[in-house]
Design a protein around this ligand. Sequence first.
Ligand SMILES: Cc1ncc(COP(=O)(O)O)c(C=O)c1O
Length: 463
Amino acid sequence: MDPRYDVLTDAARLAREFVDGLAERHVGATAGVGELRERLARPLTDAGEDPRTVIAELAADVEPGLVASTGPRYFGFVVGGALPAAVAADWLTSAWDQNGGGAITSPGLAVVEAVAAGWVRELLGLPADCGVGFVTGCQMAHVTCLAAARHAVLADAGWNVEADGLQGAPPLRVVAGANAHITIARACRILGLGADTVRIVPADAQGRMLPVELAAALGEHDGPQIVCAQAGEVNSGAFDPLAEIVDLCRAHGAWCHVDGAFGLWAAASPARRHLLAGYEQADSWATDGHKWLNVPYDCGIALVADAARQRGAMASTADYIPANDSDVPWGVESTPEFSRRARAVPLYAALRALGRDGVRDLVDGCCAHAERIAARLATDEDVEILNDVVLNQVLVRFAGSDEVTDGVLDRVQRDGTCWASGSRWQGGATVMRISVSGWQTTAADADRSADAILAALRATTGR
Ligand SMILES: Cc1ncc(COP(=O)(O)O)c(C=O)c1O
């Protein structure tokens, strides 16, 4: 064995120590960025350092700044954990260090990605021939899908946006619900569609787009339109009424894009699939592997019903790159990237390790734990659950007060039993957001976390 690679064995041991300690470590970080900067900002040397020292000191220095977000009681944002098989495959992806642009640079990993794409289509119940691009996250999945949408609706209007740009193009309008995730506006910004010109459609109390308002909005514009619907609102987990939205898009010749960053995985659960009714008729879907599927960062997935539209927006080539004459798609044809990590390799491992039943159980288990936490919290008269807990998200307000809710959040985060983040629901009341999306969470973790939150509530109110 080449001793220059002993550092890989060190890293495996350090990683193992970290993951073995996840269940009982303080869930949040215990050091702030000031202290961490002091620890990590060592002088950069001229001569370089021994790799084993670098890795040992890096792990030790950063330790108090790590968050147990891949552990069983982290409920912040919607981050998900990292399945052991997926982490191991991720390490191999780094060690192999292949350029995942296509089969010309790595036939092996191009085929792994193609197989993973097929499994994703199957699990999500999407057309077997839809285009799949593995990108860094749902943000870039939106960019990819909306680029395909821009390509398609303008091509249908007789305009070649790839060649001629947007100046002078037929006016293209994007329509989105009031609760659309911020990454939709950002994708519009990046694509030259304008963030502030998105036509916002009002939503109901759960954050679901109102079809009657969408119908009115679509009727206002005589030209190409793209509608951005949502499966899984980032706070409440609510689903837009996708069947009605798709029908309206068809009636108005609009492209229908679905943001399903985490919610699209409800398709893998027979018990939850009804929430998505109609979704398979949409034109594009954006989701993540690194959230609910518990693949490590980064793994976003852009799916486009008509793969040719995706290639039309994304494919690029050069004289030094041979044409792809196989039926294995290349990443460079389906994503905005050129050189790229073959990031579907951990996804491949995660899906094989879980199997269809494992994906279903992951989704159903998280939803059951979310319901359990909500029910246990609701036993206290100072607790109000603001959303219908239809998925893995719980919105909690304490004593009807922003101040008390902020106080509880602060205590929970400092206590370290679990970790939840805050938000302002519908732009108003301060809430605690509890998002259950990790494979490690058990019913006992749900109870222990709810009890820690209730203890923080009592300490805050003194009741
Ligand atoms: C509904 C929704 N869409 C998009 C995103 C962005 O995903 P990513 O962070 O993978 O880019 C998120 C992130 O939480 C989300 O919840």
